[in-house]
Design a protein around this ligand. Structure first.
Ligand code: FAD
Length: 402
């Protein structure tokens, strides 16, 4: 039987940064199991690439603890490794004066988190983002930056592959709990049985299913939401210098369709948060399986019991239609014309944890332990930003379990 002292299920940013942290602390037997032929083929390689800067998150939450620290660590990592990093900041603009109280609350949360933010008036906004529109005031975050998620993932993979104490097993899907042998637990995988002392479940959109294999996470279910993007045509990318975001509905975990200048100079618009019917349902039918029916039933239950989900389910699918998508985008930018927006192949799935007892969308990262396993549930945005700081907190837990 193959074995490692610490086995990590999932080669996304959470799994790879944890493996890196464990190796940096002297661990010499770490294996990462990834079901795909490469790392980062799901959320970690399909996101906006924004390094958030501690604006949105409730005080005391795991997100608030790790976002800003993660932002600074990821910037340092990109500089050290020579990876693309665009430090153009972000503005959050209001569509009406009714949004000003939320803007002020987010300003307060950001200051409490130690973020470098300022409220600016329309005149000051014009200096920062000349084409952005706002109603009265906007929030300027100087620390928000953009990286290339794929470049970061490839760099983390290369570090892991070069480390003597580490193994990356690709095409290795965890199928279930295996028998214990000689004091070691084991998992059954598509590459055979693998022994471990501690297993970390960092399997993203499948984290609830993997947790259930160990009798954990039973109070939760992950529901997939589709994040579609469009883009500005190349002649109009000058309309955006950094990132332009709306004031979100802070009762929900989604930030609203926004503009982001990427490290290649392309300006993405999105993502949406449209209820999807499969954990990897990237196309209309692509990635659908037998689970679609139970996802649909779960959506229907939430629709009935949760008014916040109901508003998302009613408003987001309209964004498949260009007119509704354009209306949202045009609230953020003056001078935006329908012909400025082109389709984009970029799409991601945002797996959102739902508490099945309260029917609430869970807002924070969740950690649950089952014996010798630690389950990372709900590693939603800003988990990419947070990852290097979150990895340190995860490593503390893992090492205490050995
Ligand atoms: C559209 C979109 C935009 C986003 N924008 C941002 C942003 O701008 N900034 C930000 O900070 N965050 C953003 N996020 C969130 C961020 O991308 C995620 O929080 C983060 O990537 C989660 O990482 P992960 O490692 O938990 O999951 P993943 O990247 O999904 O990795 C999990 C891995 O586990 C593997 N796996 C699953 N099941 C098994 C199994 N049984 N056996 C073996 N392997 C398995 C999967 O194949 C996958 O590779 C965005 C997300 C989306 C979808």
């Amino acid at each position: 039987m193959e074995s490692a002292r610490i086995v990590v299920c999932g080669g996304g940013v959470v799994g790879l940064t944890l493996a890196r942290e464990l190796l940096a602390r002297g661990e010499d037997s770490v294996a990462v199991l990834e079901k795909e032929p490469d790392v980062g083929l799901h959320a970690s390689g399909r996101n906006s690439g924004v390094l958030h800067a501690g604006i949105y998150y409730a005080e005391g939450s795991e997100k608030a603890r790790t976002c800003l620290a993660g932002n600074r660590l990821m910037k340092a990592y990109c500089r050290e490794q020579g990876l693309p990093l665009l430090e153009n900041g972000k503005v959050m603009v209001t569509a009406s004066e009714a949004q000003l109280p939320v803007l002020h609350e987010l300003h307060r949360r950001a200051l409490a988190a130690g973020a470098d933010v300022a409220l600016v008036d329309a005149h000051e906004l014009a200096e920062i983002e000349p084409h952005a529109r706002t109603c009265g005031q906007a929030l300027h975050s100087r620390e928000t930056a953009v990286i290339s998620p794929k470049a970061v993932m490839h760099s983390l993979r290369a570090e892991l592959e070069a480390a003597p104490g580490a193994r990356l097993l690709r095409g290795c899907r965890v199928l279930g709990r295996g028998p214990a042998h000689d004091g070691r637990r084991s998992v059954e995988t598509t590459l055979g049985r693998i022994g471990y002392e501690v297993l970390v479940n960092a399997s993203g959109a499948h984290a609830d299913k993997v947790a259930a294999m160990f009798g954990a996470g039973l109070g939760y279910r992950l529901l997939p939401f589709k994040g579609l993007y469009r883009r500005l045509v190349p002649e109009r990318t000058h309309l955006v210098r950094g990132s332009v975001y709306p004031v979100p509905d802070i009762r929900n975990p989604f930030l609203g369709v926004h503009f982001t200048r990427s490290v290649t100079g392309e300006v993405h618009i999105g993502p949406t948060a449209i209820p999807a019917f499969g954990r990897e349902n990237y196309g209309i039918l692509k990635g659908l399986d037998a689970e679609a029916v139970s996802i649909l039933l779960r959506d229907a239950r939430l629709f009935v019991h949760n008014p916040k989900f109901r508003s998302v389910a009613l408003s987001e699918p309209r964004k498949y239609l260009f007119a509704a998508f354009f209306r949202d985008a045009a609230r953020l930018l003056r001078d935006l014309r329908p012909e400025d927006i082109a389709p984009s192949a970029k799409v991601g799935i945002r797996p959102q944890l739902v508490d099945v007892t309260s029917n609430e969308l869970v807002m924070d990262f969740v950690l649950e332990r089952s014996g010798h396993e630690l389950h990372v549930l709900n590693a939603i945005s800003p988990a990419f930003t947070s990852s290097l700081a979150f990895a340190s907190r995860l490593a503390d837990r893992v090492l205490a379990m050995l």
